[in-house]
Design a protein around this ligand. Sequence first.
Ligand code: PEP
Length: 249
Amino acid sequence: MRRKLAAGNWKMNGTAASLEEIRKLQSILPNGGPDVVICPPTTLLFSACSATEGSGIQIGAQDCHAETDGAYTGDISGEMIADTGARYVILGHSERREAYAERNRDVRHKTSTAWHAGLTAIICIGETLEERETNATLDVIAGQLASSLPDAITADNTVVAYEPIWAIGTGKVPTQAQIVEVHDFIRSKLVARFGAQIADQIPLLYGGSVKPDNAATIFEAENVDGALVGGASLKADDFAPIIHALADS
Ligand code: PEP
C-alpha cells in the first residue's frame, strides 16, 4: 500500500492571520486519513510548525537553495527549512522553472541538498500547453524525470507531482484518460530506473486546478496517490473536502 498525500501550496499568500486556516483544518480532518502537508510562505514556517505540533499536519517550504550555506542573499537552505521543524520542500514548481529559469539539473541539485537536510522533496514536473498540443507530453515528462531525480531516491525522501502547466490556476483539468496515461507512464519510468521495490512506493500526486468537486474522480486513477493543491488549499473549507475525497478513494 502506497501512502496517500494531500499537499497544499500557498505560494506567495498568507500572513500570521492565515494560521487560523491551518487550525481549522486540523479540526475537520478525517481520522486516520492521508498525510497532509501545508507549504506556506517562508515567513510562516516556524509559526506553522508550532501551530501543527502533535497534529497530523506536516509543514513544507516552497523552494530551497542548491547549496547548504553561503553568500546567496535572500535564499534559504534545506538545513534552514529543517531547522524550522518543516519536513517537506516543493522543488521544480513550474512557476519557479519559468520565472527563475530553473533547469532540471538545478532541481536535481536542490533535491540532493534537501535530502541531506532530512527533507522530503516534492518534485514537480509537467508540460506546457504547446507541448501537450504537439504530442510531446510523454517525452517532456521522461526528460524531466531523467534529469531532475537524483539516483538515491526512496519512497521516504521523494514525492513526484505531475502538474500540467496549463492546468495550474486556470480551472482547466486534463481528461481523466490523460491523467491516467501520464501517471501510469511516470510509474513505469520510475520502475525502469529504480526498480519496482522503490518505485511502487513513491507517491505520485496530480496537481492543477484540483477542487472539491473534481477531486474524487481524479483520485480514482490507480497511480494517483494524492494531490498538490494551490488555490483550493488556502481555505480549510476548500481543502478539507479534497482530503476527505482522498481518504475515501
Ligand atoms: C500549484 O500551484 O501547484 C497548483 C496546482 O495550483 P492550483 O491548484 O491553483 O491550480
